[in-house]
Design a protein. Structure first.
Length: 668
């Protein structure tokens, strides 16, 4: 049931269209600008009582923080910021409720300075500033929050909102070390409460805001990561350390929030090496006793991805995973029944996140996404079992112009069970539309059944899109991820190909109508497909892709240091450029262009410091020498990702034009 009164009140405040759920049949595919546009609504958050709903609304270059009174229907524009990617300005980054009457707001100042001219355009310099502010929900009582003293006066990250202290927050900042200040949100008065170690990286607090743990760098050249706990005497003692040989454990130990008892925190961790503990679960770590408790939540197949706690007591309520979609499971049968009903209402392909809750748990703000929905927000009144639409995150993307996606299970050549996602084109006729194989980056990340801008853009242009979760992907346990170590150009590529082969055998794909597109590691996989699978791929698109593994490893060593955690990880994932050099050269696309036939599009940011631009430049030169049709698009002043809207649109335009020429869709 949808609450009509709520829809009318909030829709009027937001001035938003109904979004994907209420759209009519589109006469033409959505324009590129609709895919690259920023969200018009984000971050809905309920005040502790649930009476007020705050959110950020974007209209053009203006971002405004609104507070809507759910009781009387009035709305207040609390503060606004204006900025764009050409001239800079101020951005509202995020906000948090601090009690019922105030909000903490983080802002970024971007100063873009243009000077001179070159043949290829303006030269631009960027200067960044940060600001943290306390403001009343009616827009008054504006206070700037700063640490006691720093060289530049900038605030650091908020360490703890101090839920049980209505007048203060904790902030970290760097002076001589990583210090902590307790700041009055009404006066701005700041008091140092932690004189930090110069090698401290962050702190851990418990439910009462007590600093109970910290992470520091120790050892020769500060290359060892150490977790320390504070004792009753105030002294720090080592709990555990991670050396470079233990790098696989580094991303598997995450502190995710204060637990129910003082001195305890929740962690997501893989504590052991047996099969059961290959899957990350939720545990409680007690800093007083330096002990890790047993798993209080662990899925049989998927790594824990979050948890839900009682807002009053911090008691554990449920754990979350990404199976195909983001799902939370509750211990309490009544809460679990609520989530089951919501999934039934929105569909099994919907990911449902509780973005915010009132303190009494009776009112939830939900974020709902699906492959064909970039995001909608709802209020859910738990006792009444009633949904009320807040609004859509994006406009201009009618559902009729988007594709439908589903999980696709298949088997690798060695029989291993694998899965990925197949997005069928918009206005699907059931015919075997041309296929774009789109392996994810990372490679230790994963795809899921959710909104994917690139997949939906391609589907809107009439293509099928296959996104395989090959071995080496994250989210399915340590063993599955480590099965991809040392397998660039090997097992991981075979797993991608196995999915295409099965799709063809089942008649879902015409094997002669397949191209491959990927970014970062996916760009490497696309290039390797062009080098070694000329009979399969009609065309290749590599975005920020790796072409030369020894050169990439040399770059990683220079940038991060031979003893760094980052370089140690790449040694495990890719291989040792000394001991494994022959294998790395044998699986580097730039060195294997003799049999290359597929027309190739290369796209790369000129300032990419993760995968250097030279990786695509050298690939272009090699393909030209081999007589292959190739185009290199250089994104000026862009890094590995996070591109400007203008360049994001340029990339989609180049991809659309390239595919229209080399993999045309019938009737378009």
């Amino acid at each position: 049931m949808i609450g009509k009164g709520m829809i009318a009140a909030v829709a009027a405040a937001l001035a938003l269209a109904a979004g994907p759920a209420g759209a009519q049949q589109a006469a033409a595919p959505p324009p590129i600008a609709a895919f690259t546009a920023e969200s018009v609504l984000s971050d809905p958050a309920l005040s502790p009582s649930g009476r007020y709903l705050a959110f950020i609304r974007r209209a053009g270059d203006v971002r405004t923080l609104h507070v809507h009174d759910l009781q009387d229907g009035t709305s207040t524009a609390v503060m606004a910021s204006t900025a764009n990617e050409d001239f800079g300005g101020q951005f509202i980054d995020w906000f948090r409720w601090k009690g019922e009457d105030r909000l903490i707001v983080k802002m970024t100042l971007l100063d873009i300075q243009r000077h001179g001219n070159r043949a290829d355009g303006d030269v631009r310099n960027w200067r960044y500033g940060q600001g943290l502010f306390s403001v009343a929900r009616d827009g008054g009582g504006f206070i700037e929050i700063k640490p006691p003293s720093t060289r530049d006066g900038r605030p650091g990250p908020v360490l703890d909102m101090l839920r049980n202290d209505p007048g203060h927050i904790l902030m970290t900042y760097r002076q001589n070390g990583l210090d902590v200040a307790r700041i009055d949100i009404l006066t701005g008065e700041a008091e140092q409460v932690e004189n930090g170690d110069r090698n401290a990286l962050d702190y851990v607090t418990d439910r009462d805001g007590n600093i109970v743990g910290r992470t520091v760098r120790r050892g020769v050249l500060d290359k060892v990561l150490v977790m320390e706990a504070r004792g009753a005497d105030g002294r720090w003692t080592e709990v555990f350390r991670l050396k470079k040989d233990d790098i696989r454990d580094l991303p598997d130990y995450a502190f995710v929030g204060a637990a129910e008892a003082p001195g305890q925190v929740y962690v997501i961790v893989r504590p052991g090496d047996d099969d059961a503990e290959s899957i990350a679960g939720v545990h409680v770590y007690d800093f007083r006793t330096r002990t890790l408790g047993p798993a209080i939540f662990r899925d049989a197949q998927y790594d824990a991805a979050g948890l839900v706690v009682d807002l009053d007591t911090n008691a554990f309520l449920g754990g979350c995973v990404v199976s195909d979609t983001f799902r939370c499971r509750f211990d309490d049968p009544e809460r679990e029944a609520v989530m089951t009903a919501l999934r039934r209402h929105f569909g099994e392909d919907a990911g449902i996140r509780i973005a915010s809750r009132s303190d009494d748990g009776g009112l939830w703000a939900l974020q709902v996404t699906a492959p064909h929905n970039p995001g909608s927000f709802y209020l859910y009144r738990v006792g009444e079992q009633r949904l009320e639409l807040i609004g859509a995150a994006h406009d201009g993307l009618p559902e009729a112009g988007l594709g439908r996606a589903f999980r696709y299970d298949y088997r690798a050549a060695d029989g291993t069970a694998l899965f990925g996602y197949l997005t069928r084109p918009a206005n699907d006729t059931g015919a075997a539309a041309p296929l774009i194989v789109m392996p994810h980056g990372g490679p230790e990340v994963r795809d899921q059944l959710t909104w994917d801008m690139w997949a939906q853009f391609l589907a809107s242009r009439g293509y099928q899109v296959f996104q395989p979760n090959f071995r080496g992907s994250a989210g399915m346990g340590r063993d599955f991820a480590e099965a991809g170590y040392g397998q660039w150009g090997g097992l991981m590529q075979d797993d991608i190909t196995a999915g295409v082969d099965q799709l063809a055998r089942e008649g879902l794909v015409d094997r002669s109508q397949v191209c491959i597109l990927g970014a970062s590691y996916g760009g490497y996989a696309a290039l390797w497909g062009g080098a070694k699978q000329a009979d399969l791929y009609r065309c290749v698109i590599s975005v920020a892709g790796v072409s030369d593994l020894p050169a990439l490893m040399a770059h990683a060593r220079r940038e991060n240091g031979a003893d760094s955690d980052t370089y140690a990880y790449w040694l495990r994932s890719i291989g040792d450029p000394g001991a494994d050099r022959a294998r790395l050269e044998a699986t580097s696309p730039v060195r294997h262009v003799d049999d290359w036939r597929a027309p190739t599009l290369l796209i790369h940011g000129s300032l990419d410091d993760l995968t250097p631009f030279a990786q695509s430049r050298d690939m272009e030169r090699a393909l030209k020498r081999a007589g292959v049709e190739v185009k290199l698009v250089e994104l000026e002043n862009e890094g590995h990702n996070g591109w400007s809207t203008k360049n994001e649109a340029l990339v989609l335009t180049e991809i659309e034009t390239f595919l229209a020429r080399h993999l045309p869709v019938a009737g378009r």
